[in-house]
Design a protein around this ligand. Structure first.
Ligand SMILES: Cc1cc2nc3c(=O)[nH]c(=O)nc-3n(C[C@H](O)[C@H](O)[C@H](O)COP(=O)(O)OP(=O)(O)OC[C@H]3O[C@@H](n4cnc5c(N)ncnc54)[C@H](O)[C@@H]3O)c2cc1C
Length: 425
């Protein structure tokens, strides 16, 4: 029997889960999983790479390794540049088009600057593994420069502005503060590391807007206890090489600005002539297929999908993974001549960690965890979801080591590649 070919674009949380679900399908399918990288990025731990807590490789398993045992799944490292929907072929930057019977678009999201001038030229981001390595290098290099010339500190060399008080901004701010006070203060004995500052700037009146009030209050208290300065109701008007300017005219001098303020669908969306929905994602129907092209499904951060009441799904890994399993089932149902079903998201809760022995977790049945209990559940959950037994062991060893010694063993500063230098800053 001829196999049906499913091409999956993007091997993030959504795409990889589709491929692995179809690996066990009863229907005769072959899967071609494509991504521009040869690794899967476990984005919840990117901030730990950025702050020297874990090594990049430990959160980025090789995709060929992950699908090695799935005989009907093939991986190709390619940059997708478009799709010819009429002839059902995926167009790639450097190679022959890839034919498909079913297509799953799971190309994720990139950072959005919301049109704020200077973000593209001067801010760092935390969306990819390369971004995290870039942040780590930049922060460590600022400390080295200040050690050579302490006068630079007056101009904000050791001040980091984190823009955006969502979970990423909160986690990064807490981890940077701990890196400065507990690790780099010991490394740089002649430097007044007390002068290093983390300023978390948030446009609304609270951090962690999607969490309950007690969790938000706890997050603010814990961040402040770690020395993070929090500026609320402080929208950023512009970013430049010397820092940020707030909408009320206040300037915060900082040589490092990390933009964690928003996302938009990957640029591939612009190359596809498909209807767009709220937030710019590809519009999909209740079963996550494109209305005019039933053989095309869209999932995760790349999709603009909503529940029965029209509320958009949050951009979270569990949403992408549940949608992925749903789409795998839908393809099997179609092949069996059965109708597809509406996707329903089962919310199992959200979490954010603030630092050592501090996290907030909001679970179903209004269960709220904070402090050490929240932190332990955060650690456990992230270990379970990290892909690869080796990675779990290595990350666990790192965490235990970091906890016992207040040290972080991943402080290598690699010179930027030519390409990174071109992209700056
Ligand atoms: C720093 C950070 C922390 C986060 N923390 C959490 C958390 O704690 N919990 C949580 O639930 N969610 C978290 N998220 C959100 C979560 O990572 C996303 O919701 C999730 O990754 C979405 O999955 P996805 O499959 O849609 O996209 P992604 O996982 O982003 O995967 C998209 C893939 O598509 C590939 N791709 C894109 N364009 C192309 C192209 N043109 N050609 C080839 N390949 C392409 C990319 O390389 C990537 O591998 C975090 C996100 C970030 C950035």
């Amino acid at each position: 029997m001829d196999r049906v070919r499913v091409v999956v674009i993007g091997a993030g949380f959504g795409g990889l889960t589709v491929a692995r679900s179809l690996a066990h399908a009863s229907a005769p399918v072959e899967v071609v999983l494509v991504d521009r990288h040869n690794f899967h990025t476990f984005s919840p731990l990117l901030y730990q790479v950025a702050t020297a807590g874990v090594a990049p490789d430990d959160i980025a398993p090789s995709l060929r390794g992950v699908v090695r045992r799935d005989r009907n799944v093939e991986f190709e490292m390619v940059e997708v540049v478009g799709v010819d929907f009429e002839s059902r072929r995926v167009l790639v930057a450097d190679g022959a088009p890839i034919a498909y019977d079913y297509l799953v678009l799971a190309a994720g999201a990139v950072s959005s600057d919301f049109g704020v001038p200077g973000v593209a030229e001067h801010a760092l981001h935390l969306k990819s593994l390369a971004d995290a390595i870039h942040v780590r290098r930049s922060v460590l290099c600022r400390f080295e420069a200040s050690d050579r010339d302490p006068a630079l500190i007056d101009d904000g060399e050791l001040r980091v502005v984190v823009a955006g008080g969502g979970p990423t901004g909160v986690e990064l701010s807490g981890a940077l503060a701990e890196l400065f006070t507990k690790v780099l203060a010991k490394d740089f004995r002649d430097l007044d590391v007390q002068r290093a500052e983390v300023v978390l700037v948030e446009a609304t009146d609270s951090v962690l807007q999607s969490f309950s009030r007690p969790s938000r209050v706890e997050a603010v208290r814990e961040l402040r206890a770690r020395g993070v300065e929090i500026r609320l109701d402080a929208p950023i008007a512009s970013v430049d090489g010397d820092g940020v300017v707030l909408r009320d005219g206040t300037r915060i001098a900082a040589r490092t600005v990390i933009w964690c303020a928003g996302v938009q669908p990957s640029p591939l969306a612009d190359a596809l002539a498909l209807p767009r929905g709220r937030g710019g994602g590809i519009a999909v129907g209740p079963d996550l297929s494109v209305e005019t092209r039933g053989e095309v499904f869209v999932i995760g951060d790349f999709a603009s999908a909503a529940d029965r009441r029209g509320r958009p799904y949050p951009q979270l890994a569990p949403v992408a993974m549940q949608q992925a399993r749903h789409v795998a089932h839908s393809i099997e149902r179609r092949l069996a001549g059965r109708p597809t079903r509406r996707f329903r998201y089962v919310d199992k809760g959200t979490m954010a960690t603030i630092g050592r022995r501090s996290a907030v977790a909001e679970l179903p049945l209004r269960i709220r965890l904070g402090g050490t209990l929240g932190w332990l559940s955060w650690l456990g959950l992230h270990l379970v979801f990290l892909i690869g037994f080796r990675n779990r062991i290595v990350v666990l060893v790192n965490w235990v080591w970091n906890y016992l010694t207040w040290d972080r063993g991943n402080r290598v500063v690699m010179p930027p590649t030519e390409l990174e230098e071109e992209r700056g800053p």
